[in-house]
Design a protein around this ligand. Structure first.
Ligand SMILES: [Zn+2]
Length: 389
């Protein structure tokens, strides 16, 4: 490993106790999306105490923050480390965002102490509400990333990967409106909104066989009727449509809409669809930046796993269309352990979780260092970013 990178890694090691404390604080104080007041306060204060200028409420998003090295003039190129810190209802940090925040803080601090002689700078962006709220999208729309050139973070996972595919996602609510009637005396006078919902659900089930493997459609019925002796006059459901490209996501969504329409026609019910915000884009991957991250992971002795084909969605997808962005992962559990679970939350506090935290902080800082020191890498990252989807 080259000496400057070795010094950056040693810097992360000196910060280890502080970074564990950050992760632990978040673990014990889980807050759901856009409610992360304690986390935002704690993390921005931590950065201020470590030589950064930290501002809360960035981009008009109350629980977002932006921290920059206080002694360094703003400039380009600028590498952004992203800190997520929202939790999940019921399972706390079942997605391990406490480790994401701590690793990005560590990377920002370690690299900031070794910027002398380099052009450019770095920033730490606190991005709330990844779990469905899309904080990164609001920050990008507010222009926060317009003075930054590349963004990175590391997500704890079941795999060590320098990047991963993600689905774009549309979520929507559907409602069917029928006519209530006595289910025994006058069923012929009713219009059955539950039949409409069941037909819609079955239409989707059939559609699933005719879509590409890189699409997912799933949903729930949130209101199925009021009493068995009343023909249901109102039903409602929530559905997600996901696919690996924006184009295919929208194509599949159009077909799902037809499933709703057909169900309404067949039963005589009326229907209404309300698309939920935000819509997530799939991630636009950046191979040169991922390759740099991969080399740094391997230099730390992390063995990179093959892609297992399992995919989710994240607001970093939308962000990756604003600027080059990567979303590597480090394993803190075995592959069979499900994410969004209590076991996963506990794993963030385990020795394996702590080790992954430090390694993530290190390879993120190293990759940021590569980006700031190599004009050639920056050029290749830019070229990859400008390629069409
Ligand atoms: Zn997550």
């Amino acid at each position: 490993m080259e000496p400057s990178k070795a010094r950056i890694c040693a810097e992360v090691d000196t910060l280890a106790r502080d970074l564990y404390a950050v992760s632990e604080f978040l673990y014990h104080n889980p807050e759901i999306g856009y409610q992360e007041f304690k986390a935002c306060e704690f993390l921005s204060r931590f950065m201020a105490e470590h030589g950064f200028k930290a501002e809360k409420g960035t981009g008009g998003v109350q629980t977002a923050f932006l921290a920059r090295p206080a002694q360094r003039p703003q400039g380009r190129p600028c590498v952004a480390f992203l800190a997520e810190y929202d939790a999940l209802p019921g399972v706390g940090h079942g997605c391990g965002h406490n480790l994401i925040a701590a690793a990005s803080l560590g990377a920002a601090l370690a690299l900031s102490r070794h910027l002398n002689g380099l052009t450019g700078t770095l920033a730490l962006v606190g991005t709330p509400a990844e779990e469905g709220g899309g904080g990164k999208i609001l920050l990008a729309e507010a222009g926060i990333f317009s003075e930054m050139d590349a963004a990175m973070m590391c997500h704890p996972s079941r795999l060590n990967r320098p990047g991963e595919e993600m689905f774009g996602r549309v979520k929507f609510k559907v409602e069917f409106f029928g006519q209530a009637s006595h289910a025994s005396v006058s069923p012929d006078r009713g219009v059955n909104a539950l039949d409409a919902m069941v037909a819609a659900y079955n239409n989707i089930s059939m559609l699933r066989q005719q879509v590409r493997p890189d699409a997912r459609i799933h949903g729930i019925i949130t209101h199925g009727g009021d009493a068995p002796n009343i023909i249901p006059q109102y039903t409602a459901g929530l559905f997600y449509v996901r696919a690996a490209t924006r184009k295919y996501r929208d194509e599949v969504y159009q077909k799902v809409e037809k499933c709703m329409e057909a169900a309404a026609v067949a039963t005589g019910a009326a229907y209404k669809i309300e698309i939920g915000q935000p819509t997530f884009d799939p991630i636009k991957r950046n191979p040169p930046l991922e390759t740099a991250a991969r080399a740094n992971m391997e230099a730390l002795g992390i063995s990179v796993d093959p892609d297992d084909g399992r995919r989710g969605s994240s607001d970093i997808g939308n962000l990756s269309f604003y600027l080059p962005a990567i979303h590597p992962s480090t394993a803190i559990v075995d592959p069979e352990v499900p994410g969004h679970s209590k076991i996963f939350a506990e794993a963030t506090m385990s020795p394996r979780g702590k080790d992954a935290l430090l390694k993530a902080a290190k390879f993120l800082a190293m990759t940021g260092y590569d980006y700031l020191t190599s004009a050639d890498l920056r050029e290749r990252v830019r070229e990859a970013f400008e390629q069409k989807e």
